[in-house]
Design a binder for this molecule. Structure first.
Ligand SMILES: [Zn+2]
Ligand SMILES: [Zn+2]
Ligand SMILES: [Zn+2]
Ligand SMILES: [Zn+2]
Length: 223
């Protein structure tokens, strides 16, 4: 089940149908601007959104979006007070954003302790990471002879949703449940990953593989 069904009061273009899948716009959830997307946060590329569900991978039809979320069911979080489903995923996303994509890893503007002499090194680190390691996984419905998941080595069946990581390799396909950080094992929020030595990492743990993090202020890198 898509945990983010359209909510009353959030729909505006009621007469339009969706260009990409032709479905009724009424069935779409509208992007929650105030929450911001991972793409915005990373400043990676123009915002592509999944108009069925604002925090689902773009490019999937409504049916594929449902399939994506149902394939994640075994890793569904349980929220505070035992909340499940959409509410629990929403709470998980908020936590995961802060933990996986620390603002101070993304831009100097959020660092308080990097002095004048180290600004250049910080900028170089961030630029190099963005250039060679950081990317967003691409979700699609897989068709063809089954391939082995680059995470668990078990087969990905034709017809199921898969996530590709181009920075790992052209043929790097993952089960949605296997698209997680090699260090903390958390599902990668909105499929944002860093590639290092053929493995997936969240932004936080990618940095920590290369630089020590200060436990006091949570900033990295320290030179
Ligand atoms: Zn649609
Ligand atoms: Zn797998
Ligand atoms: Zn991690
Ligand atoms: Zn510090």
């Amino acid at each position: 089940m898509n945990p983010y069904p359209s909510q009353q009061g959030t729909i505006y273009h009621i007469t339009k149908t969706c260009k990409s899948c032709g479905c009724d716009r009424l069935k779409h959830s509208v992007y929650h601007e105030e929450l911001g997307s991972v793409r915005d946060r990373l400043g990676l590329r123009e915002s592509k959104i999944n108009h069925h569900s604002y925090d689902s991978p773009p490019g999937l039809t409504a049916k594929q979006t449902e399939l994506y979320w149902s394939s994640l069911a075994e890793r569904a979080p349980t929220g505070l007070g035992g909340a499940t489903g959409a509410a629990a995923w929403r709470a998980w996303r908020t936590r995961a954003l802060a933990s996986q994509l620390p603002k101070q890893d993304l831009s100097l503007a959020h660092c308080r302790h990097i002095d004048e002499n180290h600004r250049k090194q910080y900028e170089d680190f961030v630029a190099a990471r963005n250039e060679i390691a950081l990317d967003i996984g691409v979700a699609s419905q897989y068709h063809g002879a089954s391939v082995d998941c680059a995470g668990c080595n078990k087969p990905i069946r034709s017809g199921s949703i898969t996530v590709q990581a181009p920075r790992i390799g052209e043929e790097a396909y993952f089960h949605p449940t296997c698209f997680s950080c090699a260090e903390c094992d958390e599902l990668l929020v909105e499929l944002a990953y860093c590639a290092l030595d053929g493995r997936l990492y969240c932004v936080r743990h990618y940095a920590e593989r290369l630089k020590p993090r200060c436990h006091a202020c949570d900033e990295v890198p320290i030179f």
